[in-house]
Design a protein around this ligand. Structure first.
Ligand SMILES: C[S@@+](CC[C@H](N)C(=O)[O-])C[C@H]1O[C@@H](n2cnc3c(N)ncnc32)[C@H](O)[C@@H]1O
Length: 291
């Protein structure tokens, strides 16, 4: 089957193909959009037509790949609710969200009032529309909750936040061939059948002992969770399922994935704040557990 991650479009001037990739409607930390072609390159040729993503996040790999079926899992219920409404009623989602994207709501006072409203609401279309508003009007697209589960990202103060209508419509189309659920990554592995491909993009391992993890859903992703993921990949291989895991390329992660069939280091211009230094470029590592 074809796995072309990107559409190739000739430019007007020189007819050289220009790579256009599909953006997520969400700003999402650790998004892999630019790495999708490299990730798909290491997918073995023989596989089923199903891709499973246990840490789907903003969905860049899902959105830019071409499998017939997808199983998407993430532990963040607000993210999966967005997928739910985008699949079921994208027009309703667009209408409810677009109302919030106005100049009036682009000030700290209204942002904090809407954030409070979001925190008081149970899962609903209204909460999902507010989630998208907070994602675009909040600071740096961060998604962070306090221990009580309250969204606590400060106001972002951007000139004119972008309303991702086209991105929502594309997401909706792609989701017609996907099933998705809020759960721990291990559940995604339980759903895999021989021949399936699993792509894992867990929260990064810390760059140093003192740096913190990204808290995407109020809970931390610990070193034990990273080991649990490796065990899932090894068990999946026994079932005939191939797994690819992304992480920072560090001595710590190379050791973590020492039993992988292949380790590929990708040169990326990602800068990470490290203690004692200012910003340091860190490469990306792909670990392949081939069935
Ligand atoms: C690095 S992001 C994925 C980014 C995604 N590949 C993209 O391109 O946008 C990691 C994701 O893992 C999710 N996550 C954290 N802990 C998890 C767990 N135990 N099980 C499943 N998902 C988890 C977070 O909510 C977050 O969306």
């Amino acid at each position: 089957m074809m796995n072309d991650a990107v559409r190739l479009m000739p430019t007007k001037q020189n007819k050289t193909p220009l790579i256009i990739s599909q953006k997520s409607p969400l700003k999402w930390a650790g998004g892999k959009r630019k790495l999708v072609p490299e990730i798909l390159k290491i997918v073995p040729k023989k596989h089923s037509n199903k891709l499973i993503e246990p840490f789907v996040g903003g969905g860049s790999v899902f959105l830019n790949s071409n499998f017939d079926e997808y199983i998407l899992v993430d532990s963040n219920p607000d993210l999966i609710s967005l997928f739910f409404y985008a699949k079921k009623d994208v027009k309703g989602l667009i209408t409810s969200t677009q109302k919030l994207f106005n100049n009036n709501n682009n000030c700290a006072e209204n942002y904090y009032a809407l954030r409070e409203k979001f925190n008081l609401l149970d899962s609903s279309l209204e909460r999902t529309a507010l989630f998208l508003y907070l994602n675009r009007f909040g600071y740096n697209g961060l998604c962070r909750y306090n221990l009580k589960g309250g969204f606590n990202v400060p106001f972002g103060s951007y000139k004119k936040p972008y309303f991702p209508k086209v991105e929502l419509e594309h997401l909706s189309l792609k989701l017609q061939s996907a099933e998705f659920l809020t759960d721990d990554f291990s559940v995604a592995f339980e759903k895999a059948k021989s021949g399936d491909i699993i792509y894992c993009d867990p929260p990064y391992s810390p760059v140093s002992a003192t740096s913190s993890f990204t808290a995407y859903s109020g809970m931390q992703f610990t070193a034990l969770d990273h080991e649990r993921l490796v065990n899932c990949a090894l068990e999946a291989k026994m079932k005939g399922v191939t797994t690819i895991i992304s992480n920072h390329a560090l001595p710590l992660t190379k050791n973590l994935y020492k039993n992988a069939d292949k380790l590929v280091t990708l040169k990326v211009a990602r800068s990470i704040n490290c203690k004692g230094s200012s910003r340091k470029p860190i490469n990306e590592l792909l670990a392949l557990y081939k069935a």
